[in-house]
Design a protein around this ligand. Structure first.
Ligand SMILES: Nc1ncnc2c1ncn2[C@@H]1O[C@H](COP(=O)(O)OP(=O)(O)OP(=O)(O)O)[C@@H](O)[C@H]1O
Ligand SMILES: [Zn+2]
Length: 767
C-alpha cells in the first residue's frame, strides 16, 4: 500500500502529493487523515495522509511513525479543506495547518552531534553543550548553514531532526490522605489530618505545608501521591446569574420558524436590544435535548465573557467549551481534547473555532454576522460564514446568522429568499429605540468650542452623571494622536518598513506603526531639521481620556487594544463597568457591539466620519454598522440617548445611521454597489505586485491586467498605501468577477521570479 502525503512545509514548489511506502507493520493502523512522520530530503517532517492507493512508481521511502490513534482530519474536515483549496494560490500545507489546531502541529529542531572534533573550528565547538550536542536555533541555522554543510560533508558532524508535539496533556500530582495511619506525627504534620478532606492537590498542600513536611508525610504513607491529568480550565471572573427568561410573543414566533432538522441558513435580523440572545439560548437548549451539540461564534474576545456567563448560568458549566486567541496553548489543547472526547456539548469561540472537531453538531450560530473579523485573508483566506454553511450542509442542520445591522451581502441574500429572514422590530425591555442627535462639529468650531465634546454631548454627560447613570463613548482612533509633524520643516515620522505615519502614544512616550507594530521613542527633536518642533496632529483615544478627566468629575474605564493585552483584562473591564465601578466606558469598536449594560443611557460617538476614512472597500458599510451598533448600547432597559458628532453630517451612511434607518441605508448602498460592480453584484479581489524596480513593477502589473481582462474587470495598477517595503515597490490590481478559475494561478505564477512577488487577496483587504 502507498500513502499520498502532503508535507508540512509552506512553499508553492512543494504544493503537491508525495507518495510513501507504508511499512507492513503499519498497514492495519494507518488511515486516511492521520498525521505521520516521514523522511523528506535530509530531514524529518510532519505529513498528512490524504489518500491511500494500491501502488505507485514514485514511492521510494517509507513512513516512519504514525502520530494519531484516530484520524485528525475526518471526512468533514476534508470537505472543508477541499473548499478552501478552490481559492487560487491556496497551499495544501497551509490549509491543513489552518483547519487543525496549532497545538497538534509539530516543532522541528535540528540536533548536531560531534563525530570528529579535530575537524571543527573553536568558534563552532563553543556551541556544543556538555553532552556534546548542539540544538540549532533558527538564527543558528541561518548563520552557520554553510559551515555546517561542509562539516557534514567531511563527516565531522551528524545532523538529526528532533520532532516534538507542541502541546501535550499535562499531569499533576494529587495526594490521597490516609487517616488510618498509626505513625506518630509532629504538630505541623498533624495539620493535614485536620483538613477533613479525602484528597488534596500538590498546590493546595504547598499552601499549608513545606516541601520537606510533604516529603516526610509521603514516607510515612499519610499522603499517597497519584498522577492525574491536570485541567488547565478556562477560568472566569464573573458570577453566575439567575436569570429566567420566557420568550415574548415576537421572539416565540421567530424562534418557531427555525427547523432544527434541516439544512437552512437563517438571518435573525433584530433591532439592538430585541433579545436575539434569548432565541439563541432556546435553540441551544432544544439542540441539547436532541442529543446534539451547538457551536456559537462571536466576533471578538470582548463578547466571550458576557456570552459565557449566559451559557454557564443556564447550562451545566462542565459541558461548555471556550476557544479564543487569548488562551494559552495548554488551555487550547485541553479544550480541544474536551471537544474531541465529546465532553463539550456547547462550544463558544471566535473565528477559528469554526474548525473545531465537533461530531453530532446540531446548530451553528454566528452572532454579529456583519463583523469583519469573520474574514481571514491571509495565506489561507476564508469567510467563516461560508465554512459554517459547508458544515451545516454536511450535518443537515440550521445555520443562524444574527445581527441588528446585517452585512450588505447577507441582507441581499435574505431579501432574495436565499436565506430565511427572521425579524424582531421591537426592543425586549423598553418601548423605544434611543433618541439620536446628530451634531455638526464644524458649527462647534465656529462657535469657538475647541474641545472634542460638543455642547450637546457635554450637557448630556453632565445630566447622566448627576442621575448616576452610565455612559459609553466610542472613539475609533488609537493612541494620543494619529501622527506627529515637525512644525518647522513639515517632516512626518514614518514606519521604516511600511512607510505609514507613526501614531503617537503619550503615556508610553513612543511612536508606533498601526500596521506592523514597529515602535520607536518619541522625541521633540526633528530627525530632518534638528529643531525641537515636533508636535502631535489630530486626536486619538488617549487624548479623549485626558480631556474627560479635565472636563468631568467621573471615573473612566478605557477599552482598546492597549488596555486589554493582559489575560482576562476584557472580562475585568466588562465586569467592572457592569458593577458600576466606573461612570464612563471609553473605547474603540470593542464597545460598539453586543454588550448589554442596563444602566447605560447615553452613547456618544466622538468622530463618526473618521470611520469613513479607513482604507477599505467596505468603509461606508462599516461606518453605518458601527454607528448603529454603538447607538444600540444606549437605553436598553430605560429611556436612552445617543449623540453622534461628525464633521461630515451629509454622508448617507451617517445620515441613515443617525435615524436608525437600515432600510434606507440598504437601498442607497445597494444602488451604489450595483453601479460600482461591487459585492453582492460582483466579487472583488486584489493582486499585489512587488518588484525592486519602479518601472518593472508597473510593466508586470500591466501585463497581468491584459491577461486577466479576458475574463474579468481589472482596475489599476494603483500604488499600495505601503508604497515601498523591503526595497520593493508595491502596486495593486483590483479584480471584479462572478467566478474565478483556479487556473489563473498558473498563469500568474509565470510572472513570478526571484525578484517579483505576487500576492492574492480574495477579499480585497490589502492596503
Ligand atoms: N423575553 C424577554 N424577557 C425579559 N427580558 C428579555 C427578554 N428578551 C430579552 N430580554 C433582555 O433584554 C436585553 C437585550 O437582549 P439581548 O442582549 O439578547 O439583545 P440583542 O438582540 O442581542 O441586542 P444587540 O444586537 O444589541 O446585541 C437583555 O438584558 C435581555 O436579558
Ligand atoms: Zn510598519
Amino acid at each position: 500500500m502507498i500513502a499520498q502525503i502532503v508535507i508540512d512545509l509552506k512553499a508553492s514548489e512543494l504544493n503537491k502529493y508525495y507518495d510513501y511506502i507504508i511499512p507492513e507493520a503499519m498497514q492495519l493502523d494507518l488511515k486516511k487523515g492521520m498525521r505521520v512522520i516521514v523522511p523528506f530530503g535530509n530531514m524529518k517532517r510532519l505529513g498528512y495522509i490524504i489518500n491511500l492507493i494500491p501502488e505507485s512508481t514514485q514511492a521510494t521511502r517509507k513512513i516512519e511513525k504514525i502520530l494519531d490513534i484516530t484520524p485528525s482530519i475526518d471526512e468533514e474536515l476534508f470537505l472543508i479543506a477541499d473548499y478552501l483549496l478552490k481559492t487560487p494560490f491556496s497551499l495544501m500545507s497551509a490549509v491543513y495547518q489552518t483547519i487543525l489546531p496549532k497545538e497538534l502541529l509539530l516543532n522541528y529542531q535540528k540536533k548536531i552531534t560531534i563525530l570528529d572534533s579535530s575537524k571543527i573550528d573553536d568558534e563552532i565547538i563553543k556551541k556544543f553543550n556538555k553532552k556534546n550536542e548542539w540544538i540549532l536555533t533558527n538564527k543558528d541555522e541561518e548563520t552557520f548553514y554553510n559551515s555546517l554543510k561542509k562539516l557534514k560533508e567531511n563527516n565531522a558532524i551528524d545532523i538529526t531532526t528532533i520532532i516534538k508535539q507542541k502541546e501535550v496533556e499535562k499531569y499533576e500530582t494529587n495526594y490521597k490522605i490516609n487517616y488510618q495511619t498509626h505513625e506518630k506525627l509532629t504538630v505541623k504534620q498533624q495539620l493535614i489530618l485536620e483538613l477533613n478532606k479525602q484528597e488534596i492537590t500538590r498546590k493546595e498542600a504547598l499552601e499549608i505545608l513545606s516541601p520537606s513536611i510533604i516529603k516526610s508525610l509521603i514516607s510515612k504513607n499519610v499522603l499517597i501521591p497519584e498522577l492525574i491529568t491536570s485541567n488547565r480550565a478556562v477560568t472566569h471572573i464573573f458570577d453566575l446569574e439567575d436569570k429566567k427568561i420566557i420568550l415574548n410573543s415576537d421572539q416565540q414566533k421567530e424562534y418557531e420558524k427555525v427547523n432544527l432538522n434541516k439544512y437552512e441558513t437563517y438571518l435573525l435580523y433584530g433591532v439592538t436590544g430585541s433579545g436575539k440572545t434569548e432565541i439563541y439560548l432556546k435553540l441551544i437548549e432544544d439542540t441539547l435535548n436532541n442529543h446534539k451539540k451547538a457551536l456559537i461564534l462571536v466576533p471578538e474576545i470582548m463578547l466571550i465573557g458576557p456570552f459565557a456567563q449566559r451559557l454557564k448560568s443556564k447550562f451545566d458549566e462542565s459541558i461548555v467549551s471556550i476557544l479564543h486567541s487569548n488562551l494559552n496553548s495548554g488551555q487550547k489543547y485541553d479544550e480541544y481534547q474536551k471537544i474531541k472526547n465529546n465532553k463539550a456539548k456547547i462550544i463558544l469561540g471566535t473565528r477559528s473555532a469554526i474548525f473545531s472537531p465537533i461530531s453530532d453538531l446540531g446548530i451553528i450560530i454566528i452572532d454579529e454576522e456583519q463583523d469583519d473579523s469573520y474574514i481571514q485573508d491571509d495565506t489561507v483566506s476564508y469567510d467563516t460564514r461560508q465554512i459554517a454553511q459547508t458544515r451545516a450542509k454536511y450535518h443537515q442542520i440550521p445555520l443562524l446568522l444574527g445581527s441588528a445591522s446585517p452585512s450588505v451581502e447577507t441582507f441581499y441574500k435574505a431579501t432574495n429568499k436565499e436565506y430565511k429572514l427572521l425579524k424582531l422590530t421591537k426592543r425586549a425591555l423598553v418601548n423605544h429605540l434611543p433618541n439620536v442627535k446628530l451634531i455638526d462639529m464644524r458649527e462647534e468650531l465656529k462657535k469657538g468650542n475647541l474641545t472634542p465634546f460638543s455642547t450637546e454631548l457635554k450637557s448630556q454627560i453632565e445630566e447622566k452623571l448627576s442621575k448616576n447613570e452610565q455612559i459609553i463613548l466610542f472613539m475609533n482612533r488609537k493612541g494620543y494622536s494619529p501622527f506627529v509633524m515637525c512644525r518647522h520643516c513639515g517632516n512626518v515620522p514614518k514606519c521604516p518598513d511600511c512607510q505609514i505615519s507613526l501614531t503617537y502614544y503619550k503615556n508610553k512616550n513612543i511612536l508606533k506603526c498601526q500596521h506592523c507594530g514597529y515602535e520607536e521613542p518619541f522625541s521633540k527633536e526633528c530627525t530632518v531639521c534638528k529643531k525641537n518642533t515636533v508636535k502631535e496632529v489630530g486626536v486619538g483615544i488617549e487624548y479623549i481620556e485626558q480631556e474627560l478627566h479635565k472636563h468631568f468629575n467621573a471615573k473612566v474605564l478605557r477599552l482598546d487594544a492597549d488596555t486589554t493585552s493582559k489575560k482576562n483584562s476584557h472580562e475585568h473591564i466588562w465586569d467592572d463597568f457592569k458593577n458600576h465601578k466606573a461612570d464612563i466606558l471609553l473605547g474603540t469598536q470593542m464597545v460598539a457591539k453586543g454588550l448589554d449594560f442596563s444602566n447605560v443611557t447615553l452613547v456618544g460617538i466622538i468622530m463618526a466620519d473618521g470611520l469613513l476614512k479607513v482604507p477599505s472597500i467596505k468603509a461606508v458599510e462599516k461606518t453605518f454598522q458601527l454607528i448603529l451598533q454603538a447607538s444600540g448600547r444606549s437605553g436598553r432597559s430605560k429611556k436612552g440617548d445617543v449623540v453622534i458628532q461628525s464633521y461630515d453630517i451629509n454622508h448617507y451612511a451617517i445620515k441613515t445611521a443617525s435615524t436608525l434607518n437600515n432600510e434606507e441605508f440598504f437601498k442607497q448602498v445597494l444602488f451604489e454597489r450595483k453601479i460600482q460592480k461591487m459585492p453582492p453584484f460582483k466579487k472583488v479581489s486584489q493582486l499585489l505586485i512587488e518588484h525592486p524596480s519602479y518601472l518593472k513593477t508597473y510593466q508586470i502589473a500591466d501585463r497581468i491586467k491584459i491577461l486577466l481582462s479576458k475574463t474579468m474587470i481589472v482596475l489599476g495598477p494603483t500604488p499600495s498605501l505601503i508604497q515601498k517595503r523591503d526595497n520593493k515597490y508595491r502596486v495593486l490590481l483590483t479584480l471584479k468577477y462572478d467566478t474565478i478559475d483556479k487556473k489563473i494561478e498558473e498563469e500568474i505564477n509565470n510572472f513570478k521570479d526571484v525578484e517579483t512577488k505576487i500576492y492574492f487577496s480574495q477579499f480585497a483587504t490589502l492596503i
